[in-house]
Unconditional design. Structure first.
Length: 318
């Protein structure tokens, strides 16, 4: 797991807003390693989903680049982009809204294989049978419509569709947040098995740190469009280096019981159209100094595979 499969360099995404452009991603640099699951966490509205879509070219960046397997895919168009997209797939948050209710499940799952890989109908039919078996639904599910399935079953259909083009990289965007807790565990275990058995690389986007703790190899924390911390999973959950990461953990009841820490995160996420000066977290940080209020910190390495965007990290700099 030492090779970089997906790399974002200076990735910036902007949207039109009242009074000007709103910056959703702020010059993000982040590597995703071959064969790993990287968990991306942060509050709603911090840019997690935008980042996942930008990696897949579903959202066009205003600046920066995305590399996949060493190739800059940021400016690909037409056929060249379609070829790359076969290797880049997404599992969506909403298992109800992401499937066409007017099509049979077999047709939904087969479409990426037919369009992206140019498979024959016979090849696609065989692949659909195998994929539906793989996600635990069985071949008979192919003749039914999405509305005949539960939420967890629909998410399995979405996973089968994402796997149909035999991708190398999958973005799972809040893929279990709409499911009951008992079903969440089944889908998480399925995703973990697929990463292990198929050699997939996955960006797992979630606001639920308990879920990320279960599935991720590394954790990246995003705040107001910036990556503020990257760390191996166990190191992050043992001792976050950024005050925001520590505040997120303190908001999880199970973590509070383990550490006897109070909830320390105060206030609301600032308006992305009017971000604070200096460190973007300084308006909510209990340890903010004058330097934090005037100078934006860089994302810097602090040793042991860890990086943090903070003038005063909570883990000592190596």
């Amino acid at each position: 797991m030492s090779d970089v499969l997906v790399r974002a360099e200076g990735l910036r995404v902007e949207y039109p807003g009242r009074g000007g452009r709103v910056t959703a991603l702020r010059d993000v640099d982040l590597d995703i390693l071959q064969g790993e699951t990287l968990g991306l966490v942060g509050e709603s509205g911090c840019g997690k989903s935008t980042f996942g879509r930008a990696l897949l070219r579903a959202v066009e960046p205003a600046a920066g680049r995305v590399e996949f397997a060493g190739q800059d895919i940021t400016r690909l168009r037409g056929r060249a982009l379609r070829r790359v997209r076969a290797d880049l797939q997404m599992v969506f948050q909403d298992p109800f809204g992401s499937l066409n209710p007017r099509r049979r499940v077999a047709d939904i799952v087969a479409e990426p294989l037919l369009r992206a890989r140019g498979a024959s109908r016979a090849e696609a039919a065989q692949a659909v049978t195998e994929l539906l078996d793989l996600v635990g639904l069985g071949a008979e599910a192919g003749g039914r419509s999405p509305h005949e399935f539960s939420g967890g079953q629909r998410q399995r259909i979405g996973i089968a569709r994402a796997l149909a083009s035999r991708p190398q990289f999958v973005v799972a965007d809040e893929a279990v947040s709409a499911l009951d807790v008992s079903i969440q565990a089944q889908v998480l275990n399925l995703l973990s098995d697929l990463v292990r058995d198929r050699g997939l690389t996955m960006l797992f986007i979630s606001h639920d740190l308990g879920v990320v703790r279960h599935i991720a190899d590394r954790v990246a924390v995003m705040y107001l469009g910036e990556v503020v911390e990257v760390a191996p999973r166990d190191a992050f959950f043992a001792a976050p280096a950024h005050p925001y990461g520590r505040a997120l953990l303190a908001s999880v009841p199970a973590v509070r019981r383990e550490r006897h820490e109070p909830q320390v995160l105060q206030g609301e996420l600032p308006d992305p159209a009017r971000p604070p000066e200096g460190c973007l977290f300084q308006t909510r940080c209990p340890a903010a100094t004058d330097t934090c209020r005037t100078t934006r910190p860089a994302l810097r390495e602090i040793g042991a595979g860890r990086s943090v965007r903070c003038h005063l990290p909570l883990v000592a700099v190596a």
